[in-house]
Design a protein around this ligand. Structure first.
Ligand code: ARG
Length: 425
C-alpha cells in the first residue's frame, strides 16, 4: 500500500483494508458532487480575485472543474475509494486533468469548511424540495376539499362516530398541517443559509481571503461568524431532519386514514389503480400499499433524526470524523420524504370519494346527539348538562326502538322533554 498523496508526506504506508472500509465515504458523499464543484469554483474565483493564485491557474482550475461536472453528468467520472471522499476524488481527478495547478485549489481551505459548505448547499435544496412537495400535496387536498365541500362524513373522536363533518373540512385539516410543515422547512432553509468557507480547519486562515465573495457566489446570505462553529455545527441538518420527521408523521396520519377508508368495512374511498396493488392469491383484493409504505417510512425519517442527534450529542469542538456520519441520515430521510410527498399528492389527487358510504356511516352511532342537546339549550333554555342528559335518554330510547336518533318519533322525544317540537328535525 502506498501512502495517500493528499497527506502522505509523513506516512510511509497506506491504510489497511479495514481502515479504508471504515473511513471511506465516497459511496454516499458522491451525492454532494455538484455542491462540491460549485464550492470549489467559488473558492478558486475568490483566490484569483485576491491575487492568492494567478489567473492562469484559476482559469485552468475552472476548466478542469467544468470537465469534471460534465463527467459526473455523463456518468463517466471515475469514483475511487482510495481517495476516500468526494472532495479528494474531485481534487485527484482535477490533478489528472490539469496537472500541478490543481494543487493550488486547496489554498486557504480545509475539507472541514468544504464539507460543511457542501452539506449546507445540499440541505438548502432539500428544504426547497420539501416545500415544493408539500405545496403539491396541499393543492391536491384543496381540489378534493372544493369538490367535497358538501359531502357529509362522520367525524370521529376515539375512532367512534362523534359529529357529522364534511370531507372537505377533513381535507382542510391536513392542508393546515402541511402549511406548518412548509413553514418549518422554510425556517430551516433560511437559518442554514450562511457560508462556512474561510473557517478552514477550525481557526480560519491567514490568507487575505474574501469570505463575502464566496458566500455571495454560492447564494448564502453571509459568511458564518465563528470559524469553530462553522466547521462543527450540524444543527442545520438536525432542523431539516426534525422538520422531515414531523412532516412524515403528519403524512402518516393521513396514510392511516386512507388505509382505513379504503377498506370495504368503511368503503369511504376508492384508490386509483395507479396507487393500489392486487393479491397473488385473493383476486378480490385491492391493497393500499402506497399508503402503508408512507406510514412505515416515517420510521426511517425519524430514525435518521435520532441517529444524527446521537452522533452530535457528545462531540467536542471542533471537527471530529464522527461528522462524516451526518450525510447518510440526511440522504435517507430526504429520499423517503420526497417519495412520500409525491405518493400522497398522487393518492389524494386520484382518490375517488364515495359520498353514499360516508353518508350512511354518518347516520350510524347517533352523531346528532350533540345537536339535539344544543337545540334544547337554544330553543328551550335548558342548561347544557340537563340537555345532555335528555339527549342521552333519547339515544337510549332510539336504540331500544332500533332507529337512529334523527328518526326517533316526536312523541317519544316529547316524553323526555315536552318542549321538543317539530322544528327539532
Ligand atoms: N469526508 C469528510 C466528512 O465527510 C470530510 C472532512 C474530513 N476532514 C478531516 N479532518 N478528516 O466529514
Amino acid at each position: 500500500m502506498t501512502a495517500n498523496r493528499m497527506w502522505g508526506g509523513r506516512f510511509t504506508g497506506g491504510p489497511s483494508a479495514i481502515m479504508e472500509e471504515i473511513n471511506t465515504s465516497i459511496d454516499f458523499d458522491r451525492r454532494l458532487a455538484e455542491e462540491d464543484i460549485a464550492g470549489s469554483e467559488a473558492h478558486a474565483a475568490m483566490l484569483a480575485a485576491r491575487g492568492i493564485i494567478d489567473k492562469v491557474d484559476a482559469d485552468s482550475i475552472a476548466a478542469g472543474l467544468a470537465a469534471i461536472r460534465a463527467e459526473i453528468g455523463q456518468g463517466t467520472f471515475p469514483y475511487r475509494r482510495e481517495f476516500e471522499d468526494i472532495h479528494m476524488n474531485v481534487e485527484a481527478r482535477l490533478s489528472e486533468l490539469i496537472g500541478p495547478a490543481a494543487g493550488r485549489l486547496h489554498t486557504a481551505r480545509s475539507r472541514n469548511d468544504q464539507v460543511a459548505t457542501d452539506l449546507r448547499l445540499w440541505v438548502r435544496k432539500a428544504c426547497a424540495r420539501a416545500e415544493q412537495g408539500l405545496a403539491e400535496f396541499q393543492r391536491a387536498l384543496l381540489t378534493q376539499a372544493e369538490r367535497h365541500a358538501g359531502t357529509i362524513m362522520p367525524g370521529f373522536t376515539h375512532m367512534q362516530p362523534a359529529q357529522p363533518v364534511t370531507f372537505g373540512h377533513h381535507c382542510l385539516a391536513y392542508v393546515e398541517m402541511a402549511e406548518r410543515d412548509r413553514g418549518r422547512f422554510g425556517d430551516a432553509g433560511r437559518r442554514l443559509n450562511e457560508c462556512p468557507l474561510g473557517a478552514a480547519a477550525l481557526a480560519g486562515t491567514a490568507y487575505d481571503i474574501d469570505r463575502g465573495a464566496t458566500a455571495r457566489q454560492l447564494g448564502f446570505d453571509r459568511p458564518m461568524r465563528n470559524s469553530m462553529d462553522a466547521v462543527s455545527a450540524r444543527d442545520f441538518a438536525l432542523e431539516y431532519l426534525a422538520a422531515a420527521a414531523i412532516a412524515a408523521a403528519n403524512l402518516s396520519r393521513l396514510a392511516e386514514e386512507i388505509f382505513l377508508w379504503a377498506s370495504p368495512a368503511f368503503g369511504f374511498v376508492r384508490l386509483p389503480d395507479a396507487f393500489s396493488t392486487g393479491s397473488s392469491i385473493m383476486p378480490q383484493k385491492r391493497n393500499p400499499d402506497a399508503a402503508e409504505l408512507v406510514r412505515a417510512k416515517t420510521g426511517r425519517v425519524l430514525g435518521s433524526f435520532v441517529a444524527l442527534l446521537t452522533v452530535i450529542k457528545g462531540l467536542p469542538l471542533a471537527y471530529c470524523k464522527d461528522l462524516q456520519e451526518d450525510k447518510e441520515s440526511v440522504f435517507a430521510a430526504a429520499d423517503a420524504l420526497d417519495l412520500c410527498l409525491a405518493a400522497m399528492a398522487g393518492m389524494i389527487a386520484q382518490l375517488t370519494v364515495e359520498p353514499a358510504a360516508m353518508k350512511r356511516a354518518a347516520e350510524t352511532g347517533h352523531p346528532t346527539a350533540t345537536d339535539l342537546a344544543d337545540w334544547l339549550v337554544a330553543k328551550a333554555n335548558r342548561p347544557f348538562r340537563e340537555a345532555h342528559a335528555i339527549s342521552a335518554k333519547a339515544v337510549a330510547r332510539a336504540e331500544e326502538l332500533g332507529v337512529t336518533l334523527d328518526r326517533l318519533p316526536l312523541a317519544e322525544l316529547k316524553k323526555l322533554d315536552p318542549a321538543i317540537a317539530e322544528g327539532i328535525y
